[in-house]
Design a protein around this ligand. Structure first.
Ligand code: DGJ
Length: 731
């Protein structure tokens, strides 16, 4: 064991010293006590300074029977050495000796951020825990671990978790699971003693990602309840957990948090080396799930690489032509797309060497001259000439064994010769942390982007990363792979400013704020069935704002489910996200094309509202009914979708309250009919409801208070309701 070189003494703190972070209506209070590590004693709504002091002064709970002789507290880095019997925050050792004597050596803080520097002097280990609350009220926390010894054995890091305590009224849990074409399915349960650990070892979050782990007061809904939520912004192996022990967590009850998931041996810090964990995001709200998504959206929108230009209407060729690339057919598609008002044309899988099916070609990133004898320039020029951006599909991290790349560089494929991972969609994972493999990919994609002035890359990742070991050493490569992929995206966008990237993983298997630090959109799911999409987009929207959530209008019969649905429902579903089309427009009727054109104009008109407003959902509807929408920040403009997804048990729809509107404003409500009509399961609309082309004056007080009866729609039908503030009532 190496002693740490520099001298630093524990920070002296008075008994009731504390750090109070406050922003966006949220407070986080850390108690600083002598001889103990700091402990979070409060995370919730904004506290007056005096109350924060009182919370600290009363933080010590009773000394229990059959327990320690001191009151329990749970520090910001709880381990067994401080009496924490739950999942440790810090798992690391040097030659088998764990970090055990961790002390606080420095605190730097201001109103919105705090950095706690901890040391294990004997082990030569430095730990920095950094917390910052932004104006959205989202607390971002991250950990840095440094091997401070100048020489000697490395430090093995097994886990560095960021954990925050929550009070006893956090009694119900919500997180997500899913499958291909069925991402982000909610799972809800009471919070009980034990550990709810959701781990992804897929090398990507996966279709079943926990996504956001939420705990809240009993029966929390979209509009009601107090909620604490966590998201790990890391697009690789990660974990999110909630843990409750019978002895509680200091004066609070349970812990919630997360970390990067590190496999044994994956992270060894050489002398002087530092590890930085991923940002772990914590959001609190007393306004239900909509309150949480409002904070997450505001946080996401403030990130430097968040798209700021209007989100172009997309046409993606995948479901229109699949691998059947034909210049004439694609030219026709591009012309029809432009005529409808499409602004970005994306040529999906199938354009590169040998790629006539998913069994071959991955890795050979040059244009297939058999299918494209004159290259892609003609199509790219045509698309640009029609005033659209040109996008291209790639899957850089993967390789088919039937490719020149695999034949020339078998040493670049992850997995040992005698223990190759199982194949998945006929593909394997490239070891892109190898500099030569990384450079090959960078050069190939850079060349394609430059030559064809590619504006947009749809970046796919169609398999889990299993058994991914480095060919030479046999060491696991999960973390290295995630870092190398992020750097590849960054290098390309640095070289090509303005280039945008869509993160896709067989649909929505890589939808998180880790990948969105490098990409600009997620492909939310491979299903374009609007009924499936309603649920997938609803829950994706808990974290991600609509402008980064890709949603496409497909044909009447969905390719993934074979369910038939109305054009209006398909159009309305795509409208509330980053909209696009994934449909063979050459097979559409004139009427369908006319409706698509009207919808495209509507999308362009409303996207400032849709991509800048506040997402809201109504509670208390029957299971088959949905009322959700977007309200402008000032509350004066809103668009709602009133939908019936399934039949109703009741004969009538009772009064419905509109979420998110202002009660002090009078609105003009009208139906936007550009998406086509909605059939009714009734004789006549409620008397107050405006006829098509007309508007009705309704007060915000009525809409948000007593509510209004709405038309009884048939299943699969939707009405788009636009509300515009009129004159405000006199003061
Ligand atoms: C999976 C994606 O999710 C699809 O949208 C499509 O791009 C295919 N891969 C292409 O292989």
């Amino acid at each position: 064991m190496m002693p740490e070189p520099q001298e630093s003494k524990p920070v002296p703190t008075d008994h009731h010293g504390h750090v109070h972070l406050c922003n966006g209506g949220v407070s986080v209070v850390f108690a600083l006590e002598s001889n103990r590590l700091p402990a979070v004693v409060y995370w919730g709504g904004e506290l007056p300074a005096a109350t924060a002091g009182e919370v600290v002064a009363t933080a010590a709970p009773a000394v229990l029977n059959s327990s320690f002789d001191q009151p329990r507290s749970v520090s910001i880095a709880p381990t067994t050495f401080q009496g924490w019997s739950g999942t440790p925050a810090l798992v690391c050792h040097r030659g088998g000796v764990p970090a055990s004597r961790v002390v606080l050596v420095a605190v730097e803080s201001d109103r919105t951020s705090a950095v706690f520097t901890l040391r294990d002097h004997a082990l030569g280990l430095g730990i920095r825990l950094e917390y910052r609350i932004d104006p959205a009220g989202v607390l971002t926390a991250l950990a840095r671990i440094t091997n401070l010894a100048p020489a000697g054995e490395p430090v093995d890091v097994g886990a560095v978790r960021i954990l925050l305590p929550v009070p006893a009224r956090a009694a119900e849990l919500l997180d997500f699971t899913g499958r291909w074409s069925g991402e982000r399915r909610p799972q809800r349960s009471p919070l009980t003693d034990g550990t709810r650990l959701r781990a992804s070892r897929r090398g990507r979050p996966g279709h079943d990602a926990a996504f956001v782990t939420v705990i809240g007061t009993r029966h929390f809904g979209f509009r009601d309840g107090e909620i604490w939520a966590v998201h790990v912004a890391w697009s690789g192996n990660s974990e999110q957990l909630v843990e409750r022990l019978p002895e509680g967590a200091g004066s609070l009850t349970a812990l919630i948090g997360g970390a990067e998931l590190l496999e044994p041996g994956e992270l060894r810090l050489a002398p002087g080396e530092e590890y930085t964990g991923p940002p772990v995001l914590f959001a609190w709200s007393d306004g239900g799930l909509d309150g949480i998504s409002r904070r997450f959206h505001q946080h996401a929108r403030a990130r430097p690489n968040h798209p700021s230009s209007p989100r172009p209407l997309v046409l993606n060729t995948w479901e229109a032509v699949y691998f059947d690339h034909d210049f004439g057919r694609l030219t026709d598609l591009a012309k029809r797309a432009a005529a409808i008002g499409v602004e970005r044309f994306v040529l999906d899988d199938g354009w590169f060497r040998g790629r006539r099916s998913d069994a071959a070609g991955l890795g050979d990133w040059t244009v297939d001259t058999e299918v494209w004898p004159r290259g892609l320039a003609e199509l790219a020029d045509l698309v640009h000439g029609l005033g659209m951006q040109f996008g291209l599909w790639v899957e850089p991290e993967m390789v088919n064994l039937d490719s020149d790349l695999a034949r020339d560089h078998p040493e670049w494929i992850l997995g040992l010769d005698d223990a190759m991972p199982l194949s998945w969609r006929h593909q394997f994972v490239l070891d892109i942390a190898q500099p030569d493999a990384w450079s090959y990919l960078y050069r190939s994609i850079d060349e394609i982007v430059s030559r064809y002035q590619v504006d947009f890359l749809k970046w796919d990742h169609n398999r889990d990363v299993h058994g991914a070991v480095d060919r030479a050493s046999g060491a696991l490569r999960g973390r290295a792979q995630t870092l190398a992929a992020s750097e590849l995206m960054d290098a390309l966008t640095r070289t090509h400013p303005g280039l945008e990237i869509e993160a896709c993983a067989s649909g929505g298997g890589r939808a998180d704020l880790g990948i969105l630090a490098h990409a600009h959109r997620v492909w939310t799911s491979d299903t374009n069935d609007p009924i499936e999409r309603q649920w997938i987009q609803r829950w994706t929207g808990l974290l991600l704002p609509p402008e980064v959530v890709g949603a496409h209008v497909g044909p009447a019969q969905a390719h993934t489910t074979h369910r038939e649905s109305s054009l209006s429902l398909r159009l309305a579903t795509a409208l509330f996200a980053h909209a696009g089309i994934e449909w063979d427009l050459t097979a559409c009727s004139d009427g369908e094309r006319a409706t698509l054109t009207a919808w495209a104009a509507l999308y362009r008109q409303l996207r400032p509202l849709l991509h800048g407003g506040v997402t809201v959902h109504a509670d208390d509807l029957d299971d088959g009914a949905v009322l959700e929408g977007v309200v402008s920040e000032d509350g004066r403009h809103a668009l709602f979708a009133w939908m019936r997804i399934g039949t109703s048990a009741t004969a009538h729809t009772p009064r419905v309250r509109f979420p998110g509107l202002r009660c002090d404003v009078d609105y003009a409500l009208r139906t936007r009919t550009e998406i086509g009509p909605a059939s009714r399961h009734q004789v006549a609309d409620p008397a107050w409801f405006p006829a098509p082309g007309m508007s009705a004056a309704v007060s915000g007080g009525l809409l948000t208070g007593a509510g209004v009866p709405l038309p009884q729609l048939n299943p699969g039908q939707v009405l788009l309701l636009e509300l515009l503030a009129g004159a405000e009532p006199p003061a």
